[in-house]
Design a protein around this ligand. Structure first.
Ligand SMILES: [Zn+2]
Length: 118
């Protein structure tokens, strides 16, 4: 039994990008929860763009129902307009203030499912 040098390593790149997106989603979940505990109504809340660019510092404004509509799907993310990555994202809705993308199949999609906690 020899396994020298034949270990298959998972390729990074897209995996890291989707990991970053799920981390951002966790932050936004926290924002949504904090907003709710403050008893704020349907006002706009500022969320972080959930695109895959680690340098992205954009924020997007969504009402709580708008945010919940995105969170209703494990593979969907709210991002700033034109922040989608054509290789991994499919834009499902453009709301002007923000866009909703769905992760295309494969590893990124399964990771999005894996960290989904609802
Ligand atoms: Zn972005």
């Amino acid at each position: 039994m020899s396994q020298d040098g034949t270990t298959v390593r998972p390729s990074s790149g897209m995996a890291g990008e989707s990991h970053r997106q799920t981390l951002t989603r966790d932050i936004n979940e926290w924002i949504a929860g904090a907003s709710e505990s403050l008893g704020l109504g349907p006002a706009l809340h500022t969320f972080r763009c959930e695109c895959g660019d680690s340098r992205c510092g954009r924020t997007i404004d969504l009402t709580r129902p708008e945010y919940e509509a995105v969170r209703a799907y494990a593979t969907r993310f709210a991002i700033a307009p034109d922040h989608e990555n054509p290789e991994t994202d499919s834009v499902v809705a453009d709301h002007g203030r923000y866009s909703v993308v769905e992760k295309l199949g494969g590893r990124a999609s399964s990771e999005a499912h894996g960290s989904y906690r609802r």
